[in-house]
Design a protein around this ligand. Structure first.
Ligand SMILES: *Cc1c(COP(=O)(O)O)cnc(C)c1O
Length: 411
């Protein structure tokens, strides 16, 4: 029999969301008829906006006639979509990019995983804690780590705790690393990094010949002026950073699938013999060999997100979710519960009342308030004692959930 990839066996069982489902199912079978309010999983709830749907439908109709039919598109995505993104999402930030630096994809989960193809296995990786699990698990899968310890920390990865003390922004690693994952606005903590903080990371990366993998999946949720939407707003970032963006949360594309990765021409790595080569060249080769592009109607729909009418509609949905976030944050804070996030991100990261563990709070919230959230410890050891509530939901449900939590724990 063929040998399998043993690295997969090092992964701990996908524990978090299956365990949440198990506990919720147990509760609902024991309590039939009780309505549960779900503020747990990070998925959008509102449908696609009309302008996007119109473009999506038109894209499908194009496929029906010989003159407008589209077969294989460019592996990098259509340049008209890349140009639209550059003009509408980057130029207003003062960031200049070429279309050959923008790679359209089927989402940033895949990209942030696949990007490891273009780095040598010897690269040392630094990851936040708590964290979006994809960064950690994909490094285990490619064989960059040893086994996990009792905390769930894998041997060989440098973890950067994100705690209340450091404002949920990691400290620079004590040892030299080659790849640093940063996600701002952050999932799960909902916190953002200032320009000064990101400048610190860019300077650090350049001084240490490291590459920053910057996940900006939630940039559209930033409401405060002065918070960077892109790592490229920082001088020198094109020489040290790859940026991932997604239409998933921005425009409700979680089930449609479209994202993009920016790999600047100025970003170089070194070969075994010490020569400098652009990572853009490698990523382009990787995509051309292993990917066949995003469907034409989806790219038409994605371009419509950045039309004037499309963006106005998309923004209205984002504002709705952020309205939910404000209701959760203000409601809990007024009741004396410490919480973070929810201002520039659709997540509220709350400190469990009375120092309960994340899972104890989960059980109490489910059993006594009929509200489902996500235990912070599921995102990493430093998430213990915290809990994530998502703002993706129905307004009335959010109000009811907050009211129940405040009645139960409010002081
Ligand atoms: C939701 C999310 C994404 C987006 O993933 P897609 O594959 O584009 O749907 C990326 N990063 C983080 C941290 C997320 O929470």
């Amino acid at each position: 029999m063929a040998r399998l990839n043993d690295n997969y066996l090092k992964l701990q069982a996908g524990y978090l969301f299956p365990e949440i489902s198990r506990r919720v199912n147990e509760f609902t079978s024991a309590n039939p008829g009780v309505e549960i309010i779900r503020l747990g999983i990070g998925d959008v709830t509102k449908p696609l906006v009309p302008e996007v749907l119109k473009a999506f439908h038109a894209g499908v109709d194009d496929m029906a006639a010989e003159q407008s039919f589209h077969g294989y598109g460019p592996e990098q995505g259509y340049s008209w979509l890349a140009q639209t993104i550059i003009d509408k999402a980057y130029k207003p930030l003062g960031v200049e990019l070429e279309t050959s630096e923008v790679f359209i994809s089927d989402g940033s989960k895949c990209d942030s995983a696949n990007i490891l193809d273009i780095f040598d296995l010897s690269c040392k990786v630094a990851i936040g804690d708590p964290v979006y699990p994809v960064y950690n698990d994909t490094n285990v899968m490619v064989g960059r780590t040893g086994a996990a310890d009792e905390n769930g920390y894998y041997e060989g990865i440098v973890y950067m705790p994100c705690t209340e003390e450091n404002g949920f922004t990691p400290q620079f690693p004590a040892e030299k690393v080659d790849i640093i994952y940063l996600c701002f606005p952050n999932n799960p903590t909902g916190t953002v990094a200032s320009k000064e903080q990101l400048k610190g990371w860019v300077d650090y990366a350049r001084a240490n010949d490291a590459v920053i993998l910057f996940d900006a999946a939630y940039e559209a949720f930033i409401t405060e002026a002065g918070i960077p939407h892109s790592i490229y707003e920082i001088d020198g970032a094109k020489e040290c950073a790859i940026e991932f963006r997604s239409f998933s949360k921005t425009a409700g594309f979680t089930g449609v699938r479209c994202g993009l990765t920016v790999v600047p021409h100025a970003l170089a790595g070194t070969t075994a013999s010490g020569e400098k080569v652009s990572f853009n060249q490698l990523w382009n080769r990787r995509q051309c060999t292993k990917f066949n592009g995003v469907s034409y109607p989806v790219q038409k729909a994605a371009a419509a997100v950045y039309s004037d009418a499309g963006w106005a509609q998309v923004k209205e949905v984002i504002d709705y979710y952020m309205g939910n976030a404000a209701i959760i944050r203000k409601g809990l804070q007024a009741a004396g519960i410490t919480c973070y996030g929810g201002v520039n991100a659709p997540y509220i990261w709350l400190k469990t009342p009375g120092g309960m563990t994340s899972w104890d709070f989960f059980d109490k919230l489910l059993n006594e308030c009929h509200v489902v959230g996500t235990p912070g410890s599921g995102f990493g050891p430093s998430g213990e004692g915290y809990f994530r509530l998502s703002a993706f939901g129905d307004r009335a449900n959010v109000e009811t959930a907050v009211q129940r939590i405040v009645e139960k724990w409010g002081k």
